[in-house]
Design a protein around this ligand. Sequence first.
Ligand code: SF4
Ligand code: SF4
Length: 164
Amino acid sequence: MLSGILKKEDCASCRFCCAFKRTSLWEVPVFTKENIESIKQNPDLDSSVLNVTESDGYIKATYDLSSNYKTDNPLEEAPCPYLGKNGCILSDSEKPWDCKIWPLRVMNKDNEKVIALTPTCPSINKLDINDVKTYVDGIRDDLLEYALEHPFLVKEYRADFPIV
Ligand code: SF4
Ligand code: SF4
């Protein structure tokens, strides 16, 4: 989560973004080559959950939660394999960028990269949108530069995501 603008206490009682409904599986985080290497070097972490692929010269990974659901309830959530009792168990180098910048998303809209807010985060929705925009302005160039270097992390734009 975006620690520069969200409070740790809010996230500790929420953890919404570390578990996924079937309809949200497109949102599972994508791990970069550097994340994968760090995770593999950590004997306390299970790297076998990561499906590593290479495409367009980029190595990336994600995980498949589709067989982790225990019911047919569409609201059931399957937790990220790296969610521990006290939150995420990954270190900074192991944690995906998707998670570090959540609830922000860099998205492709009409062939341009935009920064958008994930509308389902309860904490970000309580903030003044102008404060959020001011915060984003301070990191906008860094976000867009990272997205340019890692194009596989950029999601397609969704209409309900407010652009900031
Ligand atoms: S959804 Fe928002 S409030 Fe909840 S854990 Fe994620 S960043 Fe924190
Ligand atoms: S990697 Fe960590 S922050 Fe990201 S979804 Fe999993 S538990 Fe949450």
